[in-house]
Ligand binder design. Structure first.
Ligand code: GLY
Ligand code: MN
Length: 461
């Protein structure tokens, strides 16, 4: 945990933003894998971690926005628990670590909420994403658990997004720690990227590094020689020469801050000419986007600029045609880069996504596009100091998408479909880094992971 002052300050800021009512925060409980006592690795709710820091299942908290008081609800461990788990701190001791003195057993939470509802006080809560939390909220609020997402408090969502979007120095240090582990994951994957190796061996090895150095992976590792599938969680392939391995992987720090890096490595450690040509285009989109990041820069413009770089590069290779500006406006480039440039990152790898992407990456003025490709941009707002986000352009040859568009003659003025037939075996390339917006510009976070063609080839040798 951070020092208690960190949590006290965060809650004071939330009290200031919220006018009245009660904030109800339900921490996560254990999630069984196949029977109740055999649970998945515990992951606390990120909002609960942010305001209370307690990384233990079965806790809840309330913040009274009228009185400014906070209370932790939880049950002391029983002797039975201690026999299985070892000595544990009391709820009072735990609460004091986040600067709260007022505690109560879990059974009192129902009374508290009933009393608040009877006085017609507004109970604010954040959108739940786990079944157990929906059930708990439904029971406490006497509402249909399936309605909990729509009944969540917009005021509370907006206040939490405002606070969590701007990272504190202690949070940046945690992200850097996560990135140190992620560096080791990636250079290990590069070294292992040899013909005959099964993807699963590399996947298992680097997930192990995430657990050895931090709190585990920030998301299930994406690792495949079929990198044209954006989030490929199948690891059954045997690496073979001529393919590239896309590794999109990041560790969590021990305090659960994320990292998210993608590298693309040629199997056997040497890029072919064809691979190099596409790699250099994606690399340019990555480095130019990082270079242009600074306070005030619109992330939607940054995304579109990266798309123009990809489209212009493909045009030079004869894989796109016509006016690049018009092609990007029409969305023709999305055949090759159907996703957004990046996303906010913090306690969640897609930071605060559970609160609603449109609250995090968009606002009243900047609305999400419904155009294919641009619609997947998770974060479009202008950059502000303290924002941490990913820059992850890519270029993919997705046979099914090529075939569909070709049959529809979609954007045929910009795409020479006859040239693409020989590229259907190419796979995909993505290059992702994590950056912080500073007062004047940006900072690349973490020890730089080999990225240029020369650096990757040298790492593989
Ligand atoms: N690292 C996976 C993603 O950004 O979606
Ligand atoms: Mn990412």
């Amino acid at each position: 945990m951070f020092k208690s002052e960190v949590y006290v300050k965060r809650r004071a800021s939330l009290h200031k933003l919220m006018k009245s009512g009660i904030g109800l925060f339900i921490g996560n409980v254990e999630a069984p894998m196949n029977y109740p006592a055999n649970a998945y690795h515990f992951r606390q709710d990120s909002n609960f971690l942010y305001f209370f820091g307690l990384d233990i299942p079965g806790f809840a908290a309330i913040m009274d926005f009228d009185t400014g008081k906070d209370r932790i609800f939880g049950d002391d461990f029983s002797l039975d628990d201690i026999i299985w788990m070892g000595p544990q701190p009391t709820v009072k001791e735990l609460a004091s670590t986040c600067g709260i003195t007022d505690t109560a057993p879990m059974s009192k939470l129902e009374d508290f909420v009933r009393d608040a509802l009877s006085k017609k006080r507004k109970v604010h809560f954040l959108p739940p994403y786990r079944g157990e939390t929906k059930m708990t909220l439904g029971a406490l609020l006497k509402e249909n658990p399936c309605q909990m997402k729509t009944l969540a408090s917009t005021d509370l969502i907006k206040a939490v997004v405002e606070l969590r979007s701007v990272k504190e120095q202690v949070e940046i240090e945690e992200i850097e720690k996560a990135l140190t582990v992620t560096y080791n994951m990636h250079v290990t994957a590069m070294k292992m990227c040899k013909p005959g190796v099964r993807e699963q061996e590399i996947f298992g090895t680097i997930e192990g590094i995430a657990y050895a150095g931090g709190a585990g992976p920030a998301f299930p590792v994406i690792l495949s020689i079929n990198g044209q599938t954006l989030h490929n969680h199948n690891h059954n392939n045997i690496l073979r020469k001529g393919r590239m391995m896309v590794t999109d992987a990041g560790a969590e720090s021990l305090l659960h801050y994320s990292s998210d890096i993608t590298r693309t490595t040629p199997v056997g450690g040497r890029f072919s000419q064809k691979q190099k040509e596409i790699y250099e285009i994606v690399l340019k989109a990555n480095t130019e986007s990082i270079k242009a990041s600074k306070p005030g820069m619109s992330n939607r413009d940054l995304h579109l600029n990266a798309c123009r770089i990809i489209a212009a590069g493909l045009k030079e290779l004869g894989l796109m045609k016509g006016d690049t500006e018009e092609a990007v406006k029409a969305g023709a480039h999305t055949l090759f880069m159907p996703h957004g440039l990046g996303h906010m990152m913090g306690l969640d790898v897609h930071d605060m996504e559970a609160l609603g992407e449109n609250y995090v990456g968009y606002d009243e003025k900047i609305k999400r596009s419904d155009q294919f490709g641009l619609a997947f941009l998770r974060f479009a707002l202008p950059h502000k100091p303290g924002y941490v986000f990913t820059i992850e352009p890519g270029c993919y040859f997705i046979p099914e998408l090529i075939d569909k568009w070709k049959a529809e003659r979609k954007h045929k003025e910009f795409i020479p479909y006859n040239k693409l037939e020989s590229w259907k075996e190419f796979g995909g390339i993505r290059i992702e880094d994590d950056i912080l917006i500073t007062d004047k510009g940006h900072k690349l976070l973490g020890k730089p992971v080999p990225k240029t063609v020369a650096e990757i080839e040298s790492q593989c040798s």
